[in-house]
Structures are given as C-alpha cells and as structure tokens.
Design a binder for this molecule. Structure first.
Ligand SMILES: [Zn+2]
Ligand SMILES: [Zn+2]
Ligand SMILES: [Zn+2]
Length: 260
C-alpha cells in the first residue's frame, strides 16, 4: 500500500494570505502546506480522499494517473471545493462516472454544490464530472482490501474516519483528519494500524480540531507503528518537529509518500 500526502495544511493553507510570520515566510518547502488530502494506492486500486481547492495542482505535482474511487470525509470547503476537477478522472473511466462515497452531511453538500455532476446516465455533456453518489458503509469489502469507516466529532458535524486494510499484505492505514477527539470505537479501529495520519492542528487548543498535545495523547493510546500529524497551521514550523514530537511521530508535509 502506498500513501501519498497531497496536502497537509489547515483551511487557510500555509503561507496564509496576508501573513508575514516566520512560518509563512519560511524557505523550508515542508512549511508550504496546501489543504489536507491524501491519495491511497491499495493493491493497485487508486482511492482519492477529499478534493481541496488545490486539487488540480496537487495531482499534477504527484502525477496521479487515475482515480477508481473517491471518498469525501466531510463537506467543509477545504475538502470539497476541488471536486469539479475530478472531471478529467471521470472522462478517463470507461463509463465516465466516478463512484463518490460520503456520509449524510457530505452528500448534502455535494448535491448543493455539484448538481450538474449528478446527471442521470446518458445526460452527461462531454468533459463534465459525473458522480455516482454512495453512502460509505461501516465496512466496504473490495477485492483489493477493506475500507472501514467511523465517525469523528468535528464541531457541529462529524467527519468520516477511514481505515484501509490491504488484502494479502494485511497492511493497515488510518486517516483521521478534521476531528476534535477520537472516540473509543475509532481508537479500537485504528489500534493495529501501520500508519496513522491524524489531525494535530497547532500547539494551542481549538474548538473543532485536536491540538498537538491532544493528538499526542491519542497516539500514545492507539500506539500505531508510525504517525504523522496533519491539517497543520502556520503555528507549526517543520524544523521544530523533534522538539515537539516523539521519534515515531512526525509532521506530514505535501508530497510525503509512505509505502507500507
Ligand atoms: Zn503566518
Ligand atoms: Zn473540517
Ligand atoms: Zn479541514
């Protein structure tokens, strides 16, 4: 299984517009953070999680050739506003249609923003996106592996937490972005993960996201083999990683690739 971090930044991105703080002016490329998203390759199946406002730039940068399945973790702008650019990946598919998995809140947002992408079969004008909207079940069994999902609290809404288990290798990857906490059921689901990508917004508390200390307490409990914190703000400088974090935990960065 390969995990490609397309973006590791919070909703503002880093550098933030009209900010001249040290991190926004940093010349470390790992401090340049587009909005949070990952691409997972599981036994050759290409799964795209979220489409940020920088989605087109991210997939060109990482040379993503195709997408078999799309998952929307929730409907916030920084996760959904790149979905129009899925049009190219729809065109590359035999039936021109991309399976899009979401929960109720995400589905409502997709229907409100992209009604033209939900045209019935045969009515799709060339070049437009067409989504086959589906509710993500708690467990989705595929020939290439299993995708399990759980709900994570994120202010007034919930985010889909995702755990991928590759068939054959048994490797497990958990993606828990945009959450204020990780409930017991979600901790149990991620407990044997080889890799965890976890919301760890900034050092100080936030009403709808985990702070770095809150995230590290979750990591200590789940004890995955390897963890990267993501959805990072300009309050985090990559070079301070070792002073903030234990050695099995790192800050994610755009372009990070992990092979499990
Ligand atoms: Zn700044
Ligand atoms: Zn969010
Ligand atoms: Zn977000």
């Amino acid at each position: 299984m390969e995990i490609i971090v397309l973006g590791s930044g919070t909703s503002h991105g880093v550098p933030m517009i009209a900010c001249d703080c040290a991190v926004c002016r940093s010349d470390d490329p790992r401090d340049r953070r587009s909005r949070a998203s990952v691409h997972v390759v599981m036994n050759g199946l290409r799964i795209q999680i979220d489409a940020t406002p920088e989605f087109r730039v991210q997939v060109l940068r990482e040379s993503i050739p195709s997408i078999d399945l799309f998952i929307l973790t929730h409907g916030h702008a920084d996760h959904i506003l790149g979905m129009d650019d899925l049009r190219r990946y729809c065109d590359l598919r035999a039936d021109g249609t991309l399976p899009v998995y979401c929960h109720e809140e995400g589905e409502g947002r997709v229907r409100a923003i992209y009604p033209y992408a939900l045209a019935p079969r045969g009515e799709k004008p060339d070049g437009y996106a067409r989504f086959d909207l589906r509710r993500l079940p708690a467990r989705l069994d595929l020939p290439e592996g299993v995708i399990e999902s759980t709900l994570l609290p994120h202010g007034r809404i919930e985010t889909l937490g995702l755990v991928f288990t590759e068939a054959g290798s048994g490797r497990r990857f958990a993606y828990y972005t945009d959450c204020k906490s990780v409930p017991p059921a979600a901790r149990d689901l991620a407990r044997s993960a080889d890799l965890l990508l976890l919301d760890g917004l900034r050092p100080t508390p936030h009403p709808t996201h985990q702070s770095i200390p809150e995230a590290l307490a979750v990591v200590a409990d789940i004890a995955p083999r390897q963890t990267y914190l993501t959805h990072l703000t300009h309050a985090v400088a990559h070079r301070d990683e070792s002073s903030y974090l234990p050695k099995e935990v790192g800050f994610a960065f755009d372009g990070l690739r992990v092979c499990l």
